[in-house]
Write a protein that binds this ligand. Structure first.
Ligand code: ZN
Length: 269
């Protein structure tokens, strides 16, 4: 049984500030260790339930956050940035289950450190449905026929995942008090729950269905400023919908998603 783990940071228990998630700043060195241990808990649960091959994709920021020497030796890790499928790089039809660990809720929701891919994006929607990174990436897994079996993060991302995916195992490790504060489980308790849920997710695997994207696929991006939409609309095929919104349509979701990624990158150019 092969398990793919996409690991983000904003949904790890104890993480409540952007500064804690940025290399070289504040509590980053501590928070990356908390992240690594939550991922380890998911790996342990997966192994306990019979996983024979586990790949972890470091999916936050520069994507070099996991402390490799502290990671469970049974797992392989994808480390580093500039990956065509970004938070889902390495996913393929060979995998039986996807876990999202340390995830956060979509931009403009009531979740800790909520955002969608960049803080410049106010809304990301696919064929008219607004989704966060959970949906953005579950659709990639679904394109390859792989179901999301576990989502961990704050209570807001858990609610978002359940609404989107229906049957899915979840762990809420914290509850937002604001975008930048939370009632957190102790890290040790969070790990216990994640390990348990990971094992349960694999035992229940037949209950979970891949989130298959529709074809053709239109991704629409609304930005926080018209200047970002100006930059995004440089991409061939991009359609300006209104001063802050652009969209891109492709035959399949992977191409539409890559178009959306390109438009987001253009805002930083
Ligand atoms: Zn992140």
């Amino acid at each position: 049984m092969k398990v793919y783990i996409s690991a983000d940071m904003e949904g790890v228990s104890g993480v409540v500030a952007w500064e804690s998630t940025e290399r070289g700043k504040d509590d980053y060195e501590r928070m990356r260790r908390l992240m690594t241990q939550e991922v380890n808990a998911a790996i342990e649960g997966a192994l306990e339930a019979g996983a024979t091959y586990v790949v972890v994709n470091d999916s936050h920021g520069g994507m070099r956050n996991l402390v490799l020497e502290d990671l469970k030796p049974e797992a392989r890790v994808i480390s580093g940035d500039r990956k065509p499928l970004s938070m889902m790089e390495g996913i393929s039809p060979d995998f039986d289950a996807v876990f999202f660990v340390g995830y956060h809720s979509q931009a403009c929701s009531l979740g800790v450190l909520n955002h969608t891919y960049t803080t410049r994006v106010v809304q990301y929607s696919v064929n008219g449905k607004a989704v966060g990174e959970t949906g953005m990436n579950a659709l990639i897994a679904g394109f390859f026929g792989v179901p999301v079996a576990l989502v961990t993060g704050d209570a807001a991302v858990v609610a978002e995942a359940k609404a989107l995916l229906g049957d899915v195992e979840t762990v809420a490790v914290k509850e937002a008090r604001s975008q930048y504060s939370a009632l957190c489980l102790h890290p040790v308790k969070a790990r216990e729950l994640i390990k348990e849920a990971a094992a349960k997710a694999l035992r229940n695997l037949p209950a979970y269905r891949p989130l298959r994207p529709e074809s053709p696929s239109t991704v629409r991006l609304s930005f926080s400023a018209s200047g970002h939409a100006d930059a995004a609309s440089i991409m061939p095929g991009a359609v300006r919908v209104d001063p802050v919104t652009v969209e891109f349509t492709a035959q399949d979701y992977i191409t539409a998603y890559r178009g959306a990624r390109t438009m987001m990158h253009l805002t930083f150019a």
